[in-house]
Design a protein around this ligand. Structure first.
Ligand SMILES: Cc1cc2nc3c(=O)[nH]c(=O)nc-3n(C[C@H](O)[C@H](O)[C@H](O)COP(=O)(O)OP(=O)(O)OC[C@H]3O[C@@H](n4cnc5c(N)ncnc54)[C@H](O)[C@@H]3O)c2cc1C
Ligand code: FES
Ligand code: FES
Length: 479
């Protein structure tokens, strides 16, 4: 399949092409928000923070999954590079209703006084549009509506009236069957080819197959790989970096693989965190709990599990819990694939054992038996849309007499990388899982970590949090 430098997508139902080889005002790292704001007729989409925190820029992206079904997702347009729209449909607030014929979600906002200054309103409306497409059932619960709106901030109206609006529209579909049919047909009509954009200052590749992706990785070892770009986009929008070489992995199908056996779940690195969340609710409940408070729905629709682990952030949320589950990382390079235990994968502050010519293919996660306790805890200043100050991914196995036969205590936010409290673990192994013993071991956590003070917490505060998480783990697991 010949690669091309022309991005093609549906813009509010009409095919739109951008040829980066021609003279165009856009670069491969122009964000979808910047693109929309450059068109006077598409300025309903607003810019607030340009870093995924406020939702003013929310748009809906529709695409076809591997079963050719329509997937409709609310996303922050400030975090999406233009080529990431390739072969997708972009739906903006201008498309869904008119002042004479408001869309049901717009009408609900009016009926419930859900808008005052109106700056946040287009973003809320697009989140509601996706919510009602994905939850058309008449009982779309308050919890589902709250989750769909955690990524949208409003500074003046207050959330009660907006939530009331969200719950009013339950019986009306967001897209009519005809709209859906046309969108599917429109998407199917877009030509399929990988992207190879070489502009004056940048190269941007979007391969379709794994072999090609691995080849590009070897050819451009300094290139920045992106999957959801929720981390990488900030380099551009916040730090004004020019990313000279980019390999966009978001269209590589093997990275989206999902396999469930009796003993393992295999998650492709390119699965979005929202897809992972939906998959693991019953099988890996602690990972599900992690993802329930990860960013916002707009972030989870873009962000991938591979991107979260590869970024090797000391406060990345999925690392402690994947370590507690004893997951393995599957890496692929030019010669072969190899498995690395998750607990050995992260080697330092934002460093991993991945070679320059490798990428993460996926994760093998053993499904624990019913006697194994796995829990995840996050302490942050807010429940939603906040990064961890301290987090913990813990695992416990007990003998019949309630002595500890296995314990793993992986902490985030306590060191330059996700790290286990090895001395504390040793102090608990073979001992009774009792409050007295846990309280003795809580003192040992100080020997395991020398946390830093930063804007989120003082070192002393972090130590107290780490101890108390262990006590909470005992409270949640003792018989
Ligand atoms: C508003 C906001 C809220 C956030 N909230 C949270 C939160 O609650 N918890 C949290 O942990 N993080 C949070 N993040 C950080 C970010 O969303 C996550 O780290 C996310 O999982 C990154 O995934 P991505 O696909 O977007 O990565 P990208 O930005 O595409 O890439 C991140 C890094 O991973 C590398 N990479 C991507 N895919 C692969 C692969 N297959 N193989 C090898 N390397 C790869 C890239 O080269 C890059 O170095 C938040 C970010 C924002 C903007
Ligand atoms: S502008 Fe705030 S989330 Fe995009
Ligand atoms: S209506 Fe003013 S910020 Fe929401």
């Amino acid at each position: 399949m010949r690669a091309s430098g022309t991005v093609i997508f549906l813009l509010n139902g009409t095919a739109c092409t951008i040829d980066f080889h021609e003279s165009t005002p856009y670069t491969p790292t122009t964000t979808v928000l910047q693109f929309l704001r450059s068109h006077p007729q598409l300025q309903g989409t607003k810019e607030g923070c340009a870093e995924g925190d406020c939702g003013a820029c929310t748009v809906v992206i529709a695409s076809l999954n591997q079963q050719s079904e329509l997937v409709v997702e609310a996303c922050d347009s400030c975090l999406i590079f233009l080529p990431m729209l390739h072969r997708k449909a972009l739906i903006t607030v201008e498309h869904i209703g008119t002042p004479e014929h408001l869309h049901p979600v717009q009408k609900a906002m009016v009926d419930h006084d859900g808008s005052q200054c109106g700056y946040c309103t287009p973003g809320f409306v697009m989140s509601l549009y996706a919510l009602h497409h994905n939850h058309p059932e008449s009982e779309s619960s308050r919890e589902v509506a709250e989750d769909a709106l955690t990524g949208n901030l409003c500074r003046c109206t207050g959330y009660r009236s907006i939530l009331d609006a969200a719950l009013q529209v339950h019986d009306q579909a967001s897209m009519t069957p005809n709209d859906q049919k046309q969108t599917i047909q429109g998407l199917q009509s877009l030509q399929s080819y990988p992207l190879s954009i070489v502009s004056q200052h940048q190269k941007y590749f979007q391969p379709h197959d794994l072999q090609e992706a691995v080849k590009l990785r070897s050819m451009y070892p300094e290139a920045v790989m992106i999957s959801g770009a929720t981390d990488v986009a900030l380099k551009v929008t916040k730090n004004d970096e020019v990313l000279e070489e980019i390999i966009d992995l978001s269209s590589v199908k093997p990275l989206k693989e999902l396999k469930i056996t009796d003993h393992y779940i295999y998650l492709g690195a390119g699965l979005s965190l929202e897809q992972v969340k939906r998959t693991v609710e019953d099988l890996l409940p602690a990972l599900y709990e992690t993802l329930k408070v990860f960013g916002s729905l707009q972030i989870r629709n873009l962000a991938t599990i591979g991107g979260n682990i590869a970024s090797a952030s000391p406060i990345g949320d999925t690392a402690p819990i994947l370590m507690a589950y004893d997951a393995q990382v599957e890496l692929v390079g030019p010669q072969s694939t190899r498995l690395v235990p998750m607990r050995e994968f992260i080697t330092g502050y934002r460093e991993t054992s991945m070679q320059k010519d490798e990428m993460i293919l996926g994760f093998n996660i053993p499904i624990p038996n019913t006697q194994t306790h796995v829990k995840w805890y996050k302490i942050s200043k807010r429940k939603d849309l906040d990064i961890s100050t301290v987090s913990g991914g813990f695992r416990l196995e007990l003998e019949q007499d309630a002595t500890v036969s296995h314990i793993s205590l992986f902490y985030g936010g306590m060191a330059a990388m996700t790290k286990n409290a090895s001395k504390t673990e040793a102090s608990l192994l073979g001992k009774p899982w009792s409050r007295e013993q846990v309280e003795l071991s809580m003192d040992i956590i100080d020997q395991d970590f020398t946390p830093i003070s930063d804007a989120r917490a003082e070192a002393g505060g972090r130590r107290i949090m780490a101890r108390n998480l262990l006590l909470k783990f005992w409270t949640d697991t003792h018989a």
